[in-house]
Design a protein around this ligand. Structure first.
Ligand SMILES: Cc1cc2nc3c(=O)[nH]c(=O)nc-3n(C[C@H](O)[C@H](O)[C@H](O)COP(=O)(O)OP(=O)(O)OC[C@H]3O[C@@H](n4cnc5c(N)ncnc54)[C@H](O)[C@@H]3O)c2cc1C
Length: 372
């Protein structure tokens, strides 16, 4: 069987591309190496700007039904400062990746995509006008086109993100769910703490999601100061340095275990190479400080599917850059400020003087207000 598209990875990028192409009549092979459902290091927030693509994928209604309550205010917790944007508007909602990724995968299968899992694509080779993907169980998948949606954190082989030498500034990421706690309703604060940043949000089933990134050197210092496992030391560091996080998580109970990954690789990479299209994190990754990665993954697949269906694949790299590069650059500036001068970041006069700035920052990072 010759597929029209071989899609590598069934995260948000891969499954949404699979759904959109399959419902346009493409024969799609979607290959995923992990066993679903699976939790993932992620803050789980999805910006309201992504609702149109979720609608096109047929999951907008189930997403809203399953997700946590609307996020209506963004804010900053840094040192003893706790700021919340005064104006309320619908920024988006959060849904655990063990639910979101299954929902999107099932939408792709319902549209006719064929699912190969759990199995890894280990090689992609040219075959005449098309490609052959080799799976680690020995099977081969022939396709007219290939879409790499394999994420960036553990991509390997042909898709591996070049590893740089270990550096004190490498970022490691952690994630946990909590029950209870005292995060104000509707608020999603950015946590800015020495050597790192993170976020807190109400997610599905009454849970609180904490996710964060911390520099290698700050992690080592936190482990020396607090002892215990890496995740325990990071949590202790956040609670010790950030009053708002202490108030929100003081009485909360950890649900399940902490997850971790890293180093992560924020930046812009190739969107097309050798006839293979790249979407989601593998194409470009924003510092998670702006909680936009899932949205960018889904939106970039929406863009790619639309262009491929219109036989305009050659426009993808350029269009991608126009739509997503500004968010990646904005995130990099925010991340730098949050990690290196957390208290100044939160308390600079300009933020106090301009109550709209937090909202402006969120808009710059891609969170336009669209009702969700
Ligand atoms: C601390 C932290 C917090 C974050 N918080 C948020 C947030 O609140 N909101 C937000 O929008 N984003 C957030 N993000 C970013 C978000 O998690 C990612 O941007 C998003 O997961 C990217 O989706 P993707 O589909 O490109 O890749 P992934 O979700 O990584 O999916 C890739 C899939 O490909 C599979 N795969 C890889 N290689 C192969 C192969 N060779 N063969 C078969 N399958 C393969 C993997 O198993 C995986 O399932 C956060 C990130 C971090 C680190």
């Amino acid at each position: 069987m010759l597929y029209d598209a071989l899609i590598i990875g069934a995260g948000p990028a891969g499954s949404s591309a699979a759904r959109l192409l399959a419902q346009a009549g493409w024969r799609v092979a979607l290959v995923e190496k992990a066993e679903f459902p699976r939790r993932k290091v992620c803050g789980e927030f999805i910006s309201a700007t992504t609702m149109p693509v979720l609608k096109d994928c047929g999951v907008a209604v189930p997403f809203i039904a399953a997700a946590g309550p609307p996020v209506t205010r963004v804010g900053i917790y840094a040192g003893t400062t706790t700021l919340a944007a005064p104006r309320e508007q619908p920024w988006g909602r959060a849904l655990g990746r063990e639910h979101l990724d299954v929902m999107l995968r099932d939408a792709a299968l319902a549209a006719g995509a064929e699912f190969f899992a759990p199995v890894e694509v280990t090689a992609v080779t040219r075959d005449g006008d098309g490609f052959i993907g080799t799976l680690d169980d020995g099977r081969e998948v022939a396709a007219r086109s290939v879409i790499a949606a394999c994420g960036s954190w553990n991509a390997k082989g042909v898709f591996a993100v070049p590893q740089e030498k270990p550096s004190p500034s490498d970022l490691f990421a952690f994630k946990a769910h909590f029950s209870g706690g005292a995060l104000p309703a509707g608020l999603m604060p950015l946590l800015a703490f020495p050597g790192g940043y993170g976020g807190l949000v109400h997610t599905d089933a009454g849970r609180l999601s904490l996710s964060c990134c911390i520099r290698r050197d700050a992690l080592a210092a936190a482990r020396t100061r607090h002892g215990g496992k890496a995740a325990e030391a990071v949590l202790a560091h956040i609670l010790q340095t950030t009053k708002g996080a202490r108030a929100a998580l003081g009485d909360a109970a950890l649900q399940g275990n902490f997850l971790s990954t890293g180093p992560i690789h924020p930046g812009i990479r190739a969107r097309e190479a050798g006839g293979i299209y790249f979407t989601g994190n593998i194409a470009g990754e924003a510092h998670p400080v702006i909680a936009e990665g899932i949205s960018m993954a889904i939106q970039s697949s929406g863009l790619l599917a639309r262009l491929l269906i219109a036989h305009r694949g050659e426009d993808y790299a350029r269009e991608w850059k126009k739509r997503f590069a500004p968010r990646i650059h904005a995130a990099s500036v925010f991340a730098h400020l949050a990690m290196h001068a957390p208290t100044r970041f939160a308390s600079v006069a300009v933020i106090r003087a301009m109550p709209g700035l937090l909202g402006l920052g969120a808009r710059l990072s891609g969170k336009a207000s669209i009702s969700a």
